[in-house]
Design a protein around this ligand. Sequence first.
Ligand code: ARG
Length: 563
Amino acid sequence: AADEEVVGTVKDQLAKLFEESLRVTVPDQTDTDPLIAACNPRFGDYQCNNAMSLWTKIKGTGSAFTGPQPVGQAIMTNLPRSEMIESCSIAGPGFVNVKLSRQWIAKSIQKMLIKGIETWSPKLRVKRAVVDFSSPNIAKEMHVGHLRSTIIGDTLARMLEFSNVEVLRRNHVGDWGTQAFYKASKQRFDSDPGFKERAQQAVVSLQGGKEKYRKAWSQICEISRKGYEKVYQRLGIVLEEKGESFYNPYIPGVLEELGKKGLIEESEGARVIFIEGKKYPFIVVKSDGGFNYASTDLTALWYRLNEEKAEWMIYVTDVGQREHFEMLFTAAKRAGWLPPGDNSYPKANHVGFGLVLGEDGKRFRTRSTEVVKLVDLLDEAKSRCKAALVERGKAEEWTEEELEQTAEAVGYGAVKYADLKNNRLTNYTFNFDQMLNDQGNTAVYLLYAHARICSIIRKSGKDVEELKKTGALVLEHPNERALGLHLLQFAEIVEEACTNLLPNVLLWGQRRRQADSCCVKRLQRSCGNASIYLVFGQSTRYDILGEDSSHLQKDFDNYVWAH
Ligand code: ARG
């Protein structure tokens, strides 16, 4: 039965031990939570940082302690015995360093391997979240900005889903503003005031539900929708469209509520919400009576909170929209929909991302200075991969279908990976040669590494299923220990990536990089359990790339046991 219990992260498990120690060490400080953090590897694996703050609380209260160091010393002495811990030491003003036991690390990994990847998932506080991503605009092409939103949003959704959060994947399609009509006539819209007015009037008629306008509008939407669907299919992305128009019927009610709460004021014919510290107000009804992006987003937020009962609302767009979301969230806080701080739930976050740049360092455009079409990028990634495979003689070895499928997996994976590997806020240069390089930090390299590992397993000729039952995992070399610990910290890293909404943390943390390079070396000599890291790293990256990783999980297990 003890085997069945949910163990939690390494940090959680240590926190439990320290909690007990703190209860004994300072019995009257019952509200002290253990402060556990990873520590400098020279001193140990983790440290407990409670001594200093405890000392400031208890000094002068007649306590027997004479300073923070003795407090730390006592915390260390009172720590219950556990197979988890190999040794402890005190550093500086009472930090308690912990070195984990090698056997315990091995045993824990082994347990997790046997039980499957689900037991590696962190437990987040949130039950249901909305991830609002992709969200292109009707009658316009999806461009690289939407590519980023689509890839980052899908990854966040996957990370949260893995962490037991129910995710409502929302495509907040721009199907409702002037753009629904004016794309082809954009120039005229800008140069002919009469035309502009008629266009804006058309939007008001559409939003008012006039039949003729409705019909034209739904035809236009349908055409765009078909185009988007193709892209999502190619990238393996699941989304549920609830476009701007969906919220239209709810807008008047929501605005009425905000009006009653005294948030809405008149300004130059428009109805607005003034936001402290902002130059412009948040316009919720335009002077022509039309609703806009802000009215829709206020209403969507209301809907997600009240109708969909989401506790976390996540919006993935370029950083250029930061101001809009700041105003939106401030208004929601003033309305009492969201709590005042940023750390309690329900919570709303804008996940901004930087620009995609061309080789010239400027915003990525084609020669004709048009925006770069997403489909063209995907086509080129695929055809370049196919050419590379043909060059390697795969056309003779494989069927046409295999060739196509591989070119797609590698090509689209490369595009996704190049986007995800950087901190999302940094601008990055779009470069096919770089992202399709089979040596660098690329999807291509990872996919090749995975294929190599599979062949090692095959050639080992061992009965892995049998070994799995009888074998024992040993972490001999210091590098293997480091890798083992790193594997165990998987849940912590996923949790960090979710909390900070940063997919790149999962892909390529600093320690991960060290672990990778060391296990790759070992893998090349094709020996040692260290290689398990790479395989495991692979499967998490596969998840991120949107591939089904269940087969990899199996390879991973098999590989570990093949050694
Ligand atoms: N359609 C917008 C754009 O292309 C993005 C919408 C983002 N989501 C939202 N709820 N505002 O820029």
